[in-house]
Design a protein around this ligand. Structure first.
Ligand code: 3S6
Ligand code: CA
Ligand code: CA
Length: 303
């Protein structure tokens, strides 16, 4: 009897280890992999695996410009009046003091949060952000709280790079931001901005993109680019400028994410959407962004 139990238990163990191995070998590691190796061509939520075997669910855009785009992150502004408070995971949830110059550090650490299903209702970051080796980035602006099945339909601005620029920066944004830290006092404007990369529009165009920001912002930015790690007049750092290349140094009105300290009128410019409300919430006047862009999540894809 005891022998039978030992035999049964060992069979069970062999089967278990086999199935775990099979899962590691067969689970796709990106939406591009899923499209190429598994012939999946439908947009939607899928399971991916990181190289170390972490399984996670995310959204795949399988159709835009050839498809194979993996959603790796979303930046969501839950409360523009909260200045580096709860929910500001892509800047700082710790108040905005110069003693925490890189804030929560999300752009360059492996902490993950949120889930794909809620990527327009809260911040989202999955292991793909730091473990996928990619060439290009795509950005979608999707109104807050939209359900997954409506993201593509309701997105009002979408653009992507085509130059394979990530090859020069370690294959993903995690590595790019190691090179260009999103940290207060890491450099000055304009000498130390990170790369500005030309984009192609899938929804909207450069002129529409520009009008999402106030007239003062339009006067000191050029649309048709995505910029990484911008620095402002006061040496605050921001992660991504939304479809624009800065010409001046008030980058806090069109760039998102950031370090933990924004000196000008501190903490008024500190938060995931930095100073989109400088001349009032959603007014689109002076330095303020429009309500449309203020109340939309920024979805970040790799391919
Ligand atoms: C075109 C108006 C310039 O206003 C300045 O910009 C003002 O003096 C500052 O308080 C303000 C901010 O730096 C905008 O980022
Ligand atoms: Ca947030
Ligand atoms: Ca300023």
């Amino acid at each position: 009897m005891a022998n039978w139990i030992v035999l049964l238990v060992s069979f069970a163990c062999i089967n278990l280890s086999l199935s775990v191995r099979e899962l590691e070998y067969s689970t796709p590691q990106s939406c591009k992999d899923l499209k190429q190796r598994f012939n999946i061509n439908q947009d939607g939520l899928y399971y991916l695996s990181s190289p170390t075997g972490v399984v996670y669910q995310t959204y795949c855009d399988m159709t835009t410009a050839g498809g194979g785009w993996t959603l790796v992150a979303s930046v969501h502004e839950n409360n523009l009046y909260g200045k580096c408070t709860t929910g500001d995971r892509w800047s700082s949830q710790q108040g905005g003091s110069p003693n925490v110059p890189d804030g929560d550090g999300s752009w360059s650490n492996t902490v993950t949060f949120g889930n794909a299903e809620a990527a327009t209702s809260d911040d989202f970051k999955n292991p793909g952000y730091y473990d996928i080796t990619a060439e290009n980035v795509a950005v979608w602006h999707v109104p807050n709280n939209e359900r997954v099945g409506r993201w593509k339909l309701t997105s009002f601005l979408r653009y992507h790079t085509e130059s394979k620029f990530l090859r020069s920066y370690g294959g993903n944004l995690y590595n790019l931001f190691k090179q260009f830290p999103v940290k207060y006092n890491a450099g000055s404007c304009p000498a130390n901005h990170g790369p500005s990369v030309p984009v192609v529009y899938d929804v909207g165009d450069a002129s529409f993109n520009h009008k999402l920001f106030g007239p003062h912002v339009r006067g000191e930015t050029e649309p048709g680019f995505i910029t990484f790690r911008a620095i402002n007049h006061e040496k605050a750092a921001m992660a991504i400028c939304l479809g624009v290349k800065p010409k001046g140094c008030n980058t806090e009105h069109s760039c998102i994410g950031g370090g933990g300290h924004f000196p000008e009128a501190s903490p008024r410019q500190c938060g995931d959407f930095a100073s989109f409300d400088w001349d009032g919430y959603g007014t689109n006047a002076g330095w303020s962004a429009s309500k449309q862009v203020t109340e939309a999540a920024v979805l970040i894809f790799y391919r």
